[in-house]
Design a protein around this ligand. Structure first.
Ligand code: CP
Ligand code: NVA
Length: 330
């Protein structure tokens, strides 16, 4: 049956079937080829989208802006603090106002409940640009990147190291389960994903031929992996007071040369970015000084190595977001 997701929201990968995810990845490949060939694709001229950000962003914002412009659309950006939303106007009212003016709404914010509420009232497609629970547009970029590197997704051994119950841990577990990868969360048990989500992911993996494993053991968790993935240890919206405890918990789970040596020779390193792999950022320098940790979730050596595909992932954010916009609006 042909896939048609016109008019749908894109709030979390749980809402999408493997066939629909496959369709979006193939569409993204087509858009990437067109972009590389310089072939114009202004298929959505006359339409307008709005980008609502309650947290900061480089990749997601720029991907939506460039994708929107490439598709011929008008794009409005509202930065954290520059709209009435939340302070003077409810999510429901904001959604109904923006839905009267725009053809689609991107939202980055705090709880998943907020983006779901926005979608309930908007009357136009709403795209989740990251919440505390999920980061679905990042998943499409990551799946596309892995498929480009390995030629397949099914059966890949994927290990996520770090805070496995943050937006990235949750989303990668579901994305891998949907597409038939063997997902391992390698993390301290305090930072394992919620048991209900793990059960859901295991049920999905049972249908796709994938699997879901949680382990605290770094050696076992990274052995013969095809992909080693990590994310920052403290996410946007978390208080600074959690740094000390998080460093204590996650230091043993840093991606370093020993971890990569334990994975397959062909293994790649992935990260959604931004990353604290050196002290050339304000926060990186502060943490290094305060806690004596100059490299956090990944060493600079691994980040800068030929096995690191982090900038391919970043580029693929734009091609995959373009596919989501096009498929839900056209
Ligand atoms: N990966 C990601 O979402 O990056 P930004 O926070 O820069 O959008
Ligand atoms: N877990 C990170 C992801 C950033 C893309 C955060 O929420 O800050």
């Amino acid at each position: 049956m042909p896939v048609n997701i016109r008019g749908r929201h894109f709030l979390k990968l749980l809402d999408y079937s493997p066939a629909e995810i496959r369709y979006l990845l193939d569409l993204a490949k087509d858009f990437k080829s067109m972009k590389q060939a310089g072939t114009p694709h202004r298929y959505l001229e006359g339409k307008n989208i709005v980008l609502l950000f309650e947290k900061t962003s480089t990749r997601t914002r720029c991907s939506f802006e460039v994708a929107g412009h490439d598709l011929g659309m008008g794009v409005t950006y509202l930065d954290p603090g520059s709209s009435q939303m939340g302070k003077k106007e409810s999510i429901a009212d904001t959604a109904r106002v923006l839905g009267r003016m725009y053809d689609g709404i991107e939202y980055r914010g705090f709880s998943q409940a907020l983006v779901e509420e926005l979608a309930k009232y908007a009357g136009v497609p709403v795209w989740n640009g990251l919440t505390d629970q999920f980061h679905p547009t990042q998943m499409l970029a990551d799946l596309l990147t892995m498929e480009e590197k390995f030629g397949t997704l099914k059966g890949l051994r994927f290990t996520y190291m770090g805070d496995a119950r943050n937006n990235m841990g949750n989303s990668l577990m579901i994305a891998c389960a949907k597409m038939g990868l063997h997902f391992t969360a390698c993390a301290p048990k305090e930072l394992f994903p919620a048991p209900e989500l793990v059960e859901t992911a295991k049920a999905i993996a049972g249908e796709s031929g994938g699997s879901v494993t949680l382990t605290e053991d770094v050696e076992a968790g990274t052995r013969d992996a095809d992909v080693i993935y990590t994310d920052i240890w403290v996410s946007m919206g978390e208080p600074d007071s959690v740094w000390e405890e998080r460093i204590r918990l996650l230091r043993p789970y840093q991606v370093n040369a020993a971890v990569m040596a334990n994975a397959k020779d062909s293994a790649i390193f992935m990260h959604c970015l931004p990353s604290f792999h050196d002290t050339r950022t304000t926060i990186g320098a502060e943490i290094a000084e305060k806690f004596g940790v100059p490299e956090m979730e990944v060493t600079d050596e691994v980040f800068e190595s030929s096995r690191s595909v982090v900038f391919d992932e970043a580029e693929n954010r734009m091609h995959t977001i373009k596919a989501v916009i096009y498929a839900t609006l056209c």
